[in-house]
Design a protein around this ligand. Structure first.
Ligand code: FE2
Length: 432
């Protein structure tokens, strides 16, 4: 007796629907037709079934705080940091946990089951750190939540930041973070990258830096991050997040830099929703988009994984834990509209994010984890195009969330001649 069978599932790379058999928390068989009984059956109806979504860059301590204590009037990164600084002294463990857990519920409903969240450690109380460590414990059965010790106000620019970062790591925070472009000088930024990588090497931890989140083409801390990664043997476990300055860099310099990034095995995490709204704010026209060089990094063999960064916080007033929305914006902002690139964008928010977080390959395969999402779409490109409804979200063989398919009931006057009432599937746009 099986625990679960998902019937007529169309895998991301597959042409013909297959059945997926689950026993316990593992996939035990994938075949065109499985003749066996199961405690529960899900009829995917030929819809896409994919690994769960992954967000490798988020700020769960700030999420859902929009308007506290006021709105960001300029819409800039720097006002967002100042605004967060106003809110920080007012934080309580309970309030941070409540917002974070609310967000985690939203994430599960969207099939988002792995999140790397930065947590600001420039607060001597480490309120958010304490709160998110508890949130990580509570959501562990259904979300892989990694925490990054993030000195938001600068490792050297902010008093006690390094001591607080070390305390946070001692408390069990998973990853070393930083923000070299926010230090007082380029040299201080360089020094911060070096120090943070050394801390990670000493402790055997990954590194994930907000790196060059700026329109300044001379912000080149990613170069130091690549060099330190190679020097200290950290290849494969270092992420450069944002890297927006690369958008504005001289092409010759970029042609030297990108192979160094590939050589160091860095993962690059652009955040299209945020980059497209925060960057270029000091431009008149033409106005820069600010996204890093996704196509060139991919061509060099670098793992590029889109992140969400923010949802309703001092930096961004929108967001919905929807990694398909993130992929959709990435396709537009890069831009990249070939079939190959759009299919890659879907992989970026599933497999790419998992690789950036250092998680096991979540591909659906025999012997792999029975964690999957049934989407109201036929293939990955349609899923991105329609930001498809997550019909079922399954983690380790257990159904965590179900959402009814989107359907529009059309009045007779609005349908084909003499057709009578018809239903329009709002995902695939077919009348039924
Ligand atoms: Fe961020």
């Amino acid at each position: 007796m099986l625990d679960l069978i998902v019937r007529a599932a169309r895998l991301p790379e597959g042409k013909q629907p297959v059945d997926i058999a689950v026993r316990g928390d593992r996939i035990v068989e994938i075949a065109p037709r499985i003749e066996a009984a199961a405690t529960r059956e899900i009829d995917a109806g030929g819809h896409l079934v994919s690994p769960p979504f992954v967000d490798p860059h988020f700020h769960m301590d700030a999420t859902l705080s929009l308007g506290l204590p006021r709105l960001n009037r300029s819409g800039t990164l720097l006002e967002g940091i100042a605004l967060w600084g106003e809110l920080k002294p007012m934080l309580t463990v309970e309030a941070v946990m409540e917002r974070a857990l609310h967000y985690c519920d939203l994430a599960v409903s969207q099939g988002l089951l792995a999140i790397r969240s930065h947590v600001d450690v420039c607060d001597d109380r480490l309120t958010a750190t304490e709160a998110l460590i508890e949130v990580r414990r509570r959501v562990a059965p259904y979300i892989d939540l990694q925490l990054v010790a993030f000195p938001q106000d600068g490792l050297f620019r902010s008093a006690n930041a390094e001591a607080n970062l070390l305390r946070a790591l001692d408390m069990g925070v998973d990853v070393v973070g930083g923000i070299p472009h926010f230090e007082r000088t380029m040299q201080a930024g360089t020094d911060s990258v070096r120090r943070l990588c050394e801390i990670a090497a000493e402790r055997g931890l990954p590194v994930d830096l907000h790196c060059d989140e700026s329109d300044d083409p001379m912000s080149r801390h990613i170069e130091t991050l690549a060099a330190e990664t190679t020097r200290l043997g950290l290849q494969g476990r270092v992420v450069g997040s944002h890297c927006t300055s690369m958008h504005s860099m001289d092409n010759y310099y970029a042609s030297k830099l990108i192979p160094l990034i590939a050589e160091a095995g860095l993962h690059i995490v652009p955040n299209p929703l945020i980059n497209i709204t925060l960057q270029g704010r000091s431009d008149t026209y033409p106005r820069r988009r600010g996204l890093t060089r996704v196509a060139e990094l991919r061509a060099a063999g670098v793992n590029v994984a889109f992140g969400q960064d923010c949802t309703m916080d001092p930096w961004y007033p929108l967001g919905s834990a929807d990694m398909l929305e993130v992929a959709h914006m990435g396709i537009h902002a890069v831009p990249m509209t070939s079939r190959e690139a759009m299919a890659w964008a879907f992989r970026s928010v599933t497999l790419g994010g998992a690789a950036a977080m250092g998680l096991p390959d979540p591909s659906l395969r025999v012997g792999g984890p029975a964690s999957l999402v049934v989407l109201q779409a036929r293939d990955p490109i349609e899923a991105v195009r329609m930001r498809a409804t997550r019909l079922f979200v399954v983690r380790d063989g257990r159904v965590l969330a179900e959402t009814a398919p989107r359907l529009a009931r059309l009045a007779p006057a609005r349908t084909a001649r003499n057709a009578g009432p018809r239903r329009l599937c709002t995902d695939c746009r077919r009348l039924t």
